[in-house]
Design a protein around this ligand. Structure first.
Ligand SMILES: Cc1ncc(COP(=O)(O)O)c(C=O)c1O
Length: 364
């Protein structure tokens, strides 16, 4: 069996796989209503929020687009903070919908510098909202969202957060950190297939929604909220993914959020220490290294593409490559969702064998 160790989609527990083969039900009937009610309540617990949580049919990028079209207006000044491919994507979506984006870029592999965010807000009072990626999956960096949020709130701006690959796996108390709108996606730490975006919105987020003028239809939060009052979604939901999420959330709550967070921290530590002991270097600055994905730099003659190919063909282990300008320069080990310490050790053992075959002249 293949060991899928990319940063999403992730492997699914047996119970989750099994429930996906259930027969379809009426999405306007009481059975679905009960299920959606429970999912919403469970998501609120795991988001650590008392505010609204909406379940939208779409992948993470759809969720990011939903956030933009529901809270912003064309011409509005936005500060888009980015230190990787997903930060840039968030900015591109905002730009595509006509907002006036000030892209504040940081070096890939380095964390966002909170002082620079503060300076940017100081020099441009017209900024309406700040876009931030909590966990930059392309580089394996977790930005200091608590500190960023504190600065954004110092200036009383709207904070829109991509937590696609962190929420439910890495500590992110949504209400305590004053996150106005946050988006995550089912195929990451949530142990469900791709296809659902989950979004929470607080009062400031709803206020922005009330003023937002970007045209929207499918993603409209008002529709979603009105239907949620009837325990329904506005459009036909992907039922088998909803079944999957209902079971995976129960599994998550059984494990307990703090245990899940600790497990991810431990897995990440094992991954980081393991790759370093093989003579490899981490790509991400270690002080901010992610607990859901470890990015490893190609050094000492390592041919990353060859490494990934041999791992796949001869060891049935699938790791992630680098994205965009990091293509061929890094590889990434996903350790989020349904993953154990042994799974990571198995990746490390295979790496030890394959690294020299892929040209690595370091220790290994
Ligand atoms: C941080 C982050 N944002 C957004 C996305 C986009 O999600 P999707 O591929 O589901 O559109 C991803 C997916 O890897 C991600 O890791």
């Amino acid at each position: 069996m293949q060991e899928l160790r990319i940063p999403g989609p992730t492997p699914l527990p047996g119970e989750v796989l099994q429930v996906m083969s259930r027969q379809m039900i009426n999405h306007r009937g009481p059975e679905f209503g009960q299920m959606l009610k429970k999912i919403t309540a469970n998501l609120k617990q795991l988001f650590q929020t008392k505010n609204d949580v909406l379940l939208l049919t779409g992948v993470g990028t759809g969720g990011l687009e939903a956030v933009i079209v529901n809270t912003l207006s064309p011409g509005e000044r936005i500060l888009s903070v980015s230190n990787g491919a997903f930060g840039n994507r968030f900015a591109s979506i905002a730009r595509q919908f006509g907002t006036d984006v000030n892209l504040l870029s940081f070096e890939w592999g380095k964390p966002v510098d909170v002082d620079v965010v503060r300076q940017s807000l100081q020099v441009d009072p017209k900024i309406k909202a700040v876009l931030v990626t909590h966990n930059e999956t392309s580089t394996g960096i977790t930005n200091d969202l608590a500190a960023i949020s504190a600065v954004v709130k110092e200036f009383d701006k709207l904070l829109l957060v991509d937590a696609v690959s962190s929420l439910g796996s890495i500590y992110l108390p949504v209400d305590d950190w004053n996150i106005d709108v946050v988006v995550t996606a089912s195929q990451k730490g949530w142990m469900a297939p791709p296809g659902l975006a989950m979004i929470s919105i607080n009062q400031k987020g709803w206020q922005a929604h009330g003023e937002a003028k970007i045209p929207r239809y499918y993603w409209d939060f008002t529709h979603a909220k009105n239907y949620l009052k009837k325990d329904q979604t506005p459009w036909t939901p992907p039922l088998n993914i909803v079944y999957a999420l209902s079971v995976s959330l129960e599994l998550m709550l059984k494990e307990g959020l703090s245990n899940i967070i600790t497990r991810h921290a431990q897995l990440a530590k094992t991954a980081r220490e393991g790759v370093k002991s093989l003579g490899l270097s981490l790509f991400a600055e270690e002080s901010h290294a992610s607990n859901t994905v470890t990015a490893v730099a190609a050094s000492d003659g390592l041919d990353v593409k060859k490494l990934l190919r041999i791992l796949r063909d001869e060891h049935q282990i699938i790791l992630g490559g680098g994205q965009q300008k990091l293509d061929g320069k890094i590889f990434r080990i996903g350790h989020l969702g349904w993953v154990t310490e042994d799974d990571i050790k198995s990746v490390l053992s295979a790496l030890k064998v394959v690294l020299p075959q892929a040209g690595f002249r370091g220790v290994s």
